[in-house]
Design a protein around this ligand. Structure first.
Ligand code: KG4
Ligand code: ZN
Length: 340
């Protein structure tokens, strides 16, 4: 009998319908992602009800394709891992219902995965040699966490955002300058043509906290700048706004991570979440890690933004700990990361 552990991952917490098969938490056999970006672009952001419907329409095909591409059947799986939170309740319910139905008919064990933990575990897939402990900055559309990964599945949260998530700030600023949805990649691209020192936007500070983040002040500063330029009838350089805004976000994210790395003597830094695909952030973190003489890990962009391989990966470590779910598993939109 093979000792390999094959896990089917299912992800539907926001606007990507995704399924993947991963071996031993690190080797991707298939990674199918059906994005709804084109539809939500028409509305300038994710419309939860439309997202739920699209997940319902696509989930069966996406799961079938993931199994087919991996060359496995349901009976070959050791577990089915599904995101059950945090995220949008309707979209989450589609993935959870699909996973429960598969579990019910096949008797393959079921595992509920926290989406944030999935993002962290994308690093194990991308980097075979990566083992805890390491410092991890999780930056996505809904979350901004600076945390220590002490062991597999064991986290200590150092800081979080007090208001907007980093990705949310990217999306809101992109909308304000007319770049549209999804904002992050569009700001990233526009910033390459702009001057990051053109406008002196504030670096968000949280009183009495070295590690917490705040991005709402920065967002307001960008909106004020745009209003002032309009009132003065002066032209706005979108690339300069994009580059200056991005620099402000990247500076704060890097500075907090460096402070934590130094004070905890961290052996390595990892990035995770959709914003981890930002080219300026990756470069800034790499340079900071090089300067400190510590290792830097970051998944390729396809494993940074939402995908199911990371969910199957996180599911593997839960499988090893014997953490299984049953048919009472439900969507938990406000699920928090379990931490010490
Ligand atoms: O992790 P993710 O796919 O979904 C959530 O769990 O939220 O992250 C999506 C977020 C969006 O806010 C998107 O604008 C941002 O990640 N994002 C980026 C880039 N690519 C995606 N932000 C900055 N630069 C990028 N290249
Ligand atoms: Zn995500």
């Amino acid at each position: 009998m093979s000792s390999d552990v094959l896990i089917l991952g299912i992800e539907s917490s926001c606007d990507e319908t995704a399924a993947a098969v991963v071996k031993n938490g690190r080797q991707v056999l298939s990674n199918v992602i059906s994005s709804q970006i084109d539809i939500h672009t028409l509305y300038g952001g994710v419309v939860p009800e439309i997202a739920s419907r699209k997940h319902t329409e696509r989930i069966v095909q996406v799961v079938d394709k993931a199994l087919e591409e991996a060359g496995v059947g349901l009976k070959d799986l050791d577990a089915i891992a599904v995101t059950y939170g945090p995220g949008l309740v309707g979209p989450l319910l589609v993935g959870v219902s699909m996973a429960k139905a598969l579990h019910y008919v096949s008797k393959v064990p079921l595992i509920g995965v926290n989406h944030i933990e999935g993002h962290i575990c994308a690093n194990y897939i991308a980097h075979e040699d990566l083992e805890p402990p390491f410092l991890c900055l999780v930056v996505s559309g809904g979350h901004t966490h600076l945390l220590e990964t002490l062991d597999y599945g064991e986290y200590r949260i150092l800081g979080m955002t007090q208001d907007d998530a980093a990705g949310e700030a990217f999306d809101k600023v992109a909308r304000a300058v007319g770049l549209g949805y999804p904002g992050g990649p569009k700001i990233d691209k526009a910033a390459k043509e702009g001057d990051p020192d053109a406008i002196d936007f504030p670096r968000g500070k949280v009183r009495d906290s070295e590690y917490d983040f705040s991005f709402s002040g920065l967002k307001s500063a960008v909106l004020n700048y745009l209003n002032q330029m309009e009132m003065k009838n002066e032209p706005v350089s979108v690339p300069d706004v994009a580059a200056s805004f991005q620099k402000s976000v990247v500076d704060v994210l890097t500075a907090h991570t460096v402070t934590a790395a130094k004070s905890l003597n961290a052996p390595a830094i990892a990035l995770a979440g959709g914003v981890a695909s930002n080219s300026a952030l990756r470069q800034s973190m790499q340079e900071a890690a090089d300067e400190m003489g510590i290792r830097f890990y970051c998944p390729p962009p396809v494993l940074c933004t939402d995908n199911a391989a990371m969910i199957a990966g996180a599911g593997y470590f839960a499988y090893r700990r014997g953490e299984f779910a049953d048919l009472t598993l439900n969507a938990v939109p406000g699920l928090r990361l379990k931490h010490i």
